[in-house]
Design a protein around this ligand. Structure first.
Ligand code: NDP
Ligand SMILES: CC(C)=CCC[C@@H](C)[C@H]1CC[C@H]2C3=C(CC[C@]12C)[C@@]1(C)CCC(=O)C[C@@H]1CC3
Length: 345
């Protein structure tokens, strides 16, 4: 008689584990006694207990060794939203996710946790206290969001108790924290170029920002609660700080914390959105001749000038989720972690 050795439940793989969220997740998993394989296109650090596998997730043969003897996979790789490259998003987020699912099935992985995004329901207009049952955006605001929708559908539809693969999707929003390569660096760059003097709209729009350790906490709770009899199988979960804040207050707190002036002058939302649209079209038309990336994209203006905050009651109920770091402490720890981005540094 042959006995199939079940993969250790404390052995997992993190696809995208070299990235901002991925590395925080890896660190917490190690703290909790997991051994971790990282699969990523690059290696950004070294840690005892972590085995790196480098490759493109669209290549199943490259992925399989990272999933050997692994029972749990976190998929948190994606091209950065700023890359604005439709072909790349489609290849990695859609075709690549299909390959990740196939590889999980082939390798006998039991649980797949996807990092999706709360933006899968965002169309550039207000969302107040949005729940997970809002329909996917019919007109997603950019290619990144369009492919994150397809990616989430693929992963949730792959949940199949008979085949032995259970899946769940975490939808974070506005992740920030130490080592984030996007939010704070983009903000500081805009401030250094004198572009952070203006508030778009009346400045009262509420938004969710989520400290990275809370996002990690949500992922681990979901992974540990994902069992054949649990109600979370095949479902998406909002994970936020559960403290909606005025977008411009958050930006001001980060800027002032780093020694820059807070934005003061108001500009009408419709005017800035129209200008951003015009600039985006111009960049598209001129792409064969010159390449320029406007700071004000329609997506960014929409994010900066509308309400978009989400209800995370479902995560509280089903996962026992509660943020572990408050927004105030998260901002303080983030600001402290960027001494090189301070005014005058
Ligand atoms: N940051 C945020 O505010 C939010 C993020 N998310 C989601 O969270 C996840 C993690 O985001 P974040 O940590 O910010 O992103 P990062 O860009 O920091 O991390 C993603 C990692 O995946 C790698 N990667 C990209 N393409 C491939 C590929 N083809 N094969 C293997 N690895 C690849 C990246 O490498 P490289 O850097 O070289 O591209 C990077 O190391 C993403 O799925 C994102 O959509 C959701 C909501 C909000
Ligand atoms: C809540 C959420 C989804 C945040 C995502 C993070 C980024 C999209 C933001 C990080 C820095 C922001 C920023 C702007 C828009 C949104 C961000 C890119 C502006 C371009 C908005 C218009 C301005 O006045 C300048 C801002 C620079 C920083």
């Amino acid at each position: 008689m042959t006995t199939r050795v079940r993969p250790s439940t404390k052995r997992c793989a993190v696809i995208g584990g070299s990235g901002f969220l991925g590395r925080h997740l890896v660190e917490k998993l190690l703290d909790r006694g997991y051994s971790v394989s990282v699969f990523d296109i690059r290696q950004s650090y070294e840690l005892p207990g972590v085995a790196f596998h480098l490759g493109d997730l669209c290549d199943k043969q490259a992925l399989l060794p990272a999933m050997k003897d692994v029972s749990l996979v976190f998929h948190c790789a994606s091209p950065a939203p700023a890359s604005d490259d439709r072909g790349l998003f489609e290849r990695v987020n859609i075709q690549g996710t299909r390959i990740v699912i196939q590889a999980c099935i082939e390798a006998g992985v039991q649980k797949l946790v996807l990092t999706s995004s709360a933006s899968v329901v965002f169309e550039g207009t207000d969302i107040k206290n949005g729940r997970e049952d809002l329909p996917y955006a019919k007109k997603p605001i950019d290619y990144y969001t369009e492919t994150k929708i397809q990616q989430e559908k693929l992963v949730l539809e792959a949940c199949d108790k008979e085949k032995g693969l259970l899946t769940v999707a975490i939808r974070p929003h506005g992740i920030f924290g130490p080592r984030d390569p996007q939010l704070v660096p983009i903000l500081v760059d805009a401030a250094r170029r004198g572009k952070m003097k203006f508030i778009i709209g009346d400045g009262t729009n509420l938004v969710d920002f989520t400290f990275v350790e809370n996002v990690v906490h949500g992922h681990i709770l979901a992974a540990e609660r994902l069992r054949p009899d649990s109600p979370i199988c095949g479902k998406p979960y909002h994970i936020t700080n559960d403290e909606p804040v005025k977008f411009w207050d958050f930006m001001s707190d980060v800027l002032v914390g780093l020694g820059y002036a807070a934005p003061r002058y108001h500009l009408p939302y419709a005017l800035v959105y129209g200008l951003a649209l015009l600039l985006w079209l111009l960049a598209l038309i001129l792409r064969p001749l010159v390449s320029f990336k406007p700071t004000f994209t329609p997506m960014r203006v929409a994010l900066a000038g509308t309400h978009h905050y989400y209800n995370c009651e479902r995560a509280k109920q089903d996962l026992g989720y509660k943020p572990v770091v408050s927004l105030k402490d998260g901002i303080a720890r983030t600001v402290q972690s960027y001494p090189h981005l301070r005014q005058g540094a």
